[in-house]
Design a protein around this ligand. Structure first.
Ligand code: N01
Length: 538
């Protein structure tokens, strides 16, 4: 296994950043086509988000079996023990993939990229890591994922807390004992929901600080027997084959009807059916639920009534699932939950509504809201990520005119097809801003968008070309296309990481491509068939 990068400069065809699904797919595919390629990874193991997300209860909250690589020699020999595998099992999966494909020999762990500069004459990037190692590469491929940069709230006194405090995305490897502790969780997104479910089992007192209610759906978790796995595998290839035709890279899609054109009876039968799957109540719903507010109301009301029925205290029920929707259903990422709404019926669990009682300061013994002093042993920051762009702009990547990528995007992202931007030749990013990214099942887009990147590098080699650069007009046109699609949907009606709205000062724009995977792929085809229209190749 490679550990940290070498002290000498290494010259490569491709340097990939990030050893999650996307980076590993690039490594395996580029390597097999004869390129010299290495991956640099900040963590000390592979798995990307699954390397870092070690908080109690961390598990995939997308449909289980379709959340893996599609190579038959990989899925055929690996069996998950749960429909929605947990972090430990996903790390076991990545180790298995590593052993099968011998990936680690080409990965430098504990190697975080600090900066990169483009050599305009040689058409190469010189990339420097924080540990001082350097690489010269023709193509610099960023696979940092959407959640590489955790964010903390800016609260006075944070350094003064004498207990244990961690962000969910930076959880210590050995774990933290929750038994008998007084625990605060700040944030109620997917991570907050998952850690709260676990903490509620053991904590002496768990206090959950909510700013915006999550709209969590039933996970429908179950253990998988050998028989279940055999059945899953019997039609997995077929399920994988349907991914590129669906909006989000799953094997199912929206119902091609309006929620408003069907009878109340049909809609309610449909919602009952989708509710039994949980996840599909979100991405398998009527096609206008995220577009038309009235259609959206029908889904919200169903979700609200099902959810409120589980919460005994009507005051708490109103905070968790308000009668009047706080924001349209499903335009912030709904988490999948198992016991989240039940734990508020327990004596050891309390909800604090931050709109009524905001946090004023963190204290040495806990935190102080406007109306109360709370004492805690542990504070969990489940406050999310500078999503989609944060991992990219954290590096000092300098383009041809000396501008840093983060400066270039300081007033909003401009990126052609969500994979390249003018002034940064031979820099390609996957799962990046203005591509399907956060709307797309991670492994699906690692492969489907990943193939487009590999094919582009092949096209360059096959045609004796050395430099590919997006044109500023094409960046603007793609960004305008995304903005126009955004106005046709309801995403802008919520303050979410999808909109960049969870990070103070970040420009508000939809960071994921809202046209769905099939339209995105059709746009790629159009551009490639026109000889990479909108890119300058030389
Ligand atoms: O982060 P989030 P997350 N004061 O941004 C609150 C994926 N994921 O880590 O909604 C108080 O969703 C914030 O409040 P508000 C999944 O795609 C996947 O939970 O901004 N509160 C919100 O409640 C998910 O969507 C898995 O008003 C503050 C919470 O913190 C994405 O990762 C598992 C605050 C942040 O929620 C991110 O989820 C877990 C402040 N200053 C996550 N700042 C898998 O299955 C923020 N909040 C892979």
């Amino acid at each position: 296994m490679s550990t940290a990068a070498p002290a000498v400069t290494e010259v490569l065809d491709v340097l990939v950043v990030g050893a999650g699904f996307a980076g590993l797919y690039q490594l395996e595919n580029l390597r097999s086509r004869g390129y010299s390629v290495k991956v640099v990874e900040a963590g000390e193991g592979l798995g990307g988000i699954w390397h870092w997300n070690r908080y109690p209860g961390a598990r995939v909250d997308s449909e289980g079996p379709i959340y893996q690589f599609t190579r038959p020699d990989l899925w055929d020999e690996f069996a998950f023990s749960e429909l929605y595998p947990g972090g430990d099992e996903l790390r076991r999966y990545f180790k298995y993939v590593d052993a099968k494909l011998d990936l680690s020999k080409d990965i430098y762990y504990n190697t975080r990229v600090a900066s990169a500069e483009f050599d305009d004459t040689a058409n190469t990037w010189t990339v420097t890591a924080e540990n001082g190692s350097t690489f010269v590469c023709k193509y610099f491929v960023l696979c940092t994922g959407f959640a590489a940069k955790p964010i903390f709230p800016k609260l006075p006194g944070m350094d003064s807390f004498a207990g244990i405090n961690h962000h969910t995305g930076l959880w210590p490897e050995g774990g933290i004992d929750f038994a008998g502790k007084r625990i605060a969780i700040i944030g109620t997104g997917a991570s907050g929901v998952q850690v709260a479910q676990e903490a509620s089992k053991e904590a002496a007192q768990l206090t959950i600080f909510q700013r915006t209610p999550v709209q969590a759906l039933p996970m429908r978790q179950r253990q998988l027997t050998d028989e279940d796995n055999a059945k899953i595998k019997s039609d997995l290839a077929d399920r994988f084959s349907r991914r590129a035709a669906s909006f989000s890279g799953f094997d199912f899609d929206f119902i091609p009807k309006s929620a408003l054109e069907v009878s109340d009876e049909e809609r309610s039968t449909t919602y009952e059916r989708l509710w039994e799957y949980g996840f599909e109540f979100w991405l398998g719903t009527y096609q206008d639920v995220f577009v038309d507010d009235d259609a959206n109301d029908t889904a919200y009301e169903f979700w609200r009534d099902r959810t409120r029925a589980r919460i005994k205290d009507p005051v708490i029920a109103e905070k968790l699932a308000p009668m009047t929707k706080a924001y349209p259903f499903g335009v912030k990422r709904p988490s999948l939950e198992q016991t989240y709404y039940d734990i508020f019926n327990q004596d050891n669990v309390r909800l604090v509504d931050l709109h009524e009682d905001p946090i004023e300061t963190i204290t040495p013994t806990g935190l102080k809201t406007t109306s109360e002093e709370h004492e805690f042993d542990i504070i969990v920051y489940a406050t999310g990520f500078d999503a989609v762009t944060g991992g990219l702009t954290a590096m000092d990547i300098r383009g041809t005119d000396g501008t840093l990528l983060r400066e270039k995007w300081s007033n909003g992202v401009r990126a052609n097809l969500g994979v390249a931007t003018a002034g940064f030749p031979n820099l390609l990013f996957l799962y990046g801003p203005l591509s399907p990214s956060g709307f797309c099942n991670g492994p699906s887009c690692a492969e489907i968008q990943g193939d487009l990147i590999v094919d582009t590098i092949d096209y360059m080699r096959d045609n004796g070309l050395n430099r590919i650069e997006s044109e500023a007009d094409a960046d603007a046109a793609w960004s305008d296309h995304v903005a126009e699609l955004t106005t046709e949907a309801l995403y802008d009606k919520a303050d979410s990481w999808y909109m960049g709205a969870n990070v103070p000062g970040k420009p508000r724009q939809l960071l994921n491509y809202p046209g769905g995977l099939p339209l995105y792929l059709a746009k790629w085809d159009e551009i490639v068939c026109a000889g990479y229209k909108g890119f300058t190749l030389s």
